[in-house]
Design a protein around this ligand. Structure first.
Ligand code: HEC
Length: 118
């Protein structure tokens, strides 16, 4: 009978899975506490691709819409931090299109936008 061995293997696998899931939940939170989690260079690439139609996203961009705040303005004057900015991008309000960004894209964009305030 191989059954007991199989059952044992199953439950070990299960508890290892539980540990892996726990780490996945805990790790990102502890990383964001230490530093901005995103990659600002990739955020700039995304911004030029997805946001530049309305926002001035970089210094070398000459055309944009007056009515839409530039990313520098957003970083400097709107009082956003990493948490509020990622929150906004995950669930933008009506004047802005919902672009269904992934968490990774949101985090990179937030890092880029916040870097514009330096
Ligand atoms: C179709 C035009 C359009 C596009 C594309 C767009 N935005 Fe916006 N965005 C707006 C407008 C309009 C506002 C101003 C909303 C307001 O003042 O209520 C805004 C405001 C914002 C704000 C500030 C919100 C606040 O409360 O001050 C952030 C941050 C922002 N956009 C990020 C982005 C990012 C990141 C992208 C690209 C992924 C993007 N936007 C793409 C139109 C756009």
């Amino acid at each position: 009978m191989h059954l007991p061995g199989k059952v044992k293997f199953r439950s070990r696998l299960l508890s290892e899975l539980k540990i892996a899931i726990a780490l996945l939940v805990i790790l990102p939170a502890s990383i964001t506490n230490v530093q901005a989690a995103g990659d600002p260079a990739d955020g700039e690439r995304l911004a030029r691709q997805w946001c530049a139609a309305c926002h001035v996203v970089a210094d070398d961009q000459t055309n944009g819409t007056e009515a839409v705040p530039s990313f520098t303005e957003i970083a400097k004057t709107r009082g956003f931090n990493e948490a509020t900015l990622t929150g906004f991008l995950a669930d933008p309000h009506p004047k802005m299109p919902d672009m269904s960004l992934t968490n990774r894209e949101i985090s990179n964009l937030a890092s880029y936008i916040l870097s514009r305030g330096n």
